[in-house]
Design a protein around this ligand. Structure first.
Ligand code: SF4
Ligand code: FES
Length: 236
């Protein structure tokens, strides 16, 4: 039996509730939450979809650390599990947080290939070598779970800060040899809410469940942005 301590929020107040879950070998925290919902308290709210570490919707704070509930086995953590919503996000209900702002920031960095010479009604293949793909491939693995954002000290203190996930996406496209939109993205990420606000805490990379290394992406983006500013100052 595992004891689940869940931080709940009913729209007005936050409180803790404890549930006993019959934990079996291989059972995940997400399965524990489903057990609670189906057998003990149907009002418990949490978000999940794929149950296989792909959709990013089940990120929550488990035993003090942001993790994917569907990839975290109960018995690896012991018999006392603490579950809380992600920090740095507004809580809607229980473990469900508001991701609207997070996705708006992602959209703001233009997370798509920018090509004026490509017509979508007349698609053509844009070739790339394996070496060119390697420049950004690791950063394509982000599942937008928000774990990095939830531990970011800059995001905690500055509402408009783009945050590690959005800037990882910005780097992913800026480092793509097929993209022609680097200049406009550099302008966005070098704004007062961009790369220069990063505190270099590196916690984002520590907690990323996909080993994407958002802190590295932000540093690489800083270097590119600085070079681009220097180039325009020198008129190159
Ligand atoms: S960079 Fe990692 S922690 Fe951040 S949103 Fe993407 S997958 Fe989640
Ligand atoms: S439910 Fe999709 S990542 Fe966990």
């Amino acid at each position: 039996m595992a004891e689940f301590r869940v931080r709940r929020f009913d729209g007005k107040k936050s409180y803790w509730q404890t549930f006993n879950v019959p934990a079996k070998k291989g059972m995940t925290v997400l399965e524990g939450l489903y057990y609670i919902k189906e057998n003990l308290d149907s009002s418990l709210a949490f978000r999940a979809s794929c149950r296989m570490g792909i959709c990013g919707s089940c990120a929550m704070r488990i035993n003090g650390k942001p993790r994917l509930a569907c990839e975290t086995q109960i018995l690896f953590l012991g018999d006392r599990i603490t579950v809380e919503p992600l920090d740095n996000f507004t809580v809607i209900k229980d473990l469900v947080t508001d991701f609207e702002g997070f996705f708006a920031k992602h959209k703001a960095i233009k997370p798509y290939l920018i090509r004026e010479d490509v017509k979508y009604d007349e698609p053509r293949e844009l070739l790339q070598t394996p070496k060119e793909l390697n420049e950004y491939y690791i950063f394509t693995l982000c599942i937008k779970c928000g774990a990095c954002y939830s531990v970011c000290p800059a995001a905690a203190t500055l509402d408009g800060y783009l945050g590690p996930a959005a800037m990882t996406a910005a780097y992913r496209f800026c480092a793509d040899s097929r993209d022609k939109g680097k200049k406009e993205r550099y302008e966005i990420v070098s704004s007062s809410n961009g790369v220069w606000r990063c505190h270099l805490a590196m916690e984002c990379s520590e907690v990323c469940p996909k080993n994407v290394e958002p802190a590295k992406a932000v540093q690489l983006l800083r270097r590119r942005t600085a070079f681009s500013i220097l180039k325009s100052l020198l008129g190159w």
